[in-house]
Design a protein around this ligand. Sequence first.
Ligand SMILES: [Zn+2]
Length: 424
Amino acid sequence: MIPAGYAAARMHALLLAVLAAASLPAHVLPGELRVEKLSNGVTVALVAFPANGVVAFDTLIRAGARDERDTTGVAHLVEHLLFRGTARVPEAELKRRLQALAVDANGETDEDYTLFSSVAPEGSLPELIQLEAERLQHARISAADVVDEAGSVEGEQAVRAADSEQALAAALQAATFRGRPHRHDPLGTAADIHNLGKAADAAQRFYAAHYRPEAVTLIVSGAFDVDAVLAEIARAYGGWRGAAITEGAPAKFERHTAVRVAGQVDGSAAALFGFSIPPAAHARQLAAAELIAELLGGPLSKLSLGPGEQIEASIEPRRDPSLLGLMLTAPDAARLAVLESRFRSSVEDLRAGRIDREQLEQVRRALLWNEVARLQTPAAVARALAIHAAATGRPTGLDEVFAGIRAIDVAEVASFARECLELP
Ligand SMILES: [Zn+2]
């Protein structure tokens, strides 16, 4: 027989769990995700939702700085060159037509991906799809354009180099991934950027190797008709041929020893810890890392902070083993040392499973609702889908990570902490 008090306590705990679950959002995406594949390998991810007549159309290439061979910076260079138009639609005409369609177009290059994003009125979508298909499949990589773009890349690098937080993050990357391709900024090394004007051949090779149907995911989100857009995409991309890319086995989790680097950030004393986390293909483990980043370094952290002290967590879904970064800053070195010892005992608490259930529920709730709030515009939805698709290799990556954030319990957080949060 179960004692009455025990049964009541159990009932109470059950009720609390039900209430906590009820206060979580049902989905993070504002509409249902539909995934299709063209016969040539192009993946299409669609999320239709009411968005005031606005639609986002993004093109994800699952290749970035990590895929560069001899010359760093060419992934980013090729991204710039795609805005230079094609033989059929030269740059000036491309710009004019995009503007006439009221399209806002952008590009970005990171380690794992190159992303072309456009936002437009729904009525512009058919012609936008044609223009995007044209420049993706028929980019012109001329020596003159390469020289020109190399100049603007040097300008971008100068802006980044002036940022002291970026500099400390770069030192951490360099200390962790010695001799690895992703030890440098996705923009390229300073030396390679300086010579980028001569990289036309390398850019041509990168474009030929990576701008292929199998590496492309098209993402449409916001106000549009799913069937009409799928037909439009099949017309514009269906005839594109490319030799199949043979992908290697998914990256193994090569653990790197946790690293600590210290320095100055904006005049404060700073220590930056980097803990090695598994490739994002393991979506559930990425979810555990996201929870831990919040438990340790978010506003709900138990770490008490004095005036002028700060802790900040950073984590990015990556295709390769990557880093959970925790940056501690304090007004001076003595205060930083005290903060650091408190931080170290918080980490030990997590590893030992001393985790406050209520804090975990609050963190989970905040992460899910913050994501729902973020994913209210077509552009934000498309970018979030793209980044997670690039890192996990699956267009459903975003949903998988948030399903993990919803489900992971104290024991799983502790076991992840024991595996990945060994203090340097
Ligand atoms: Zn750029």
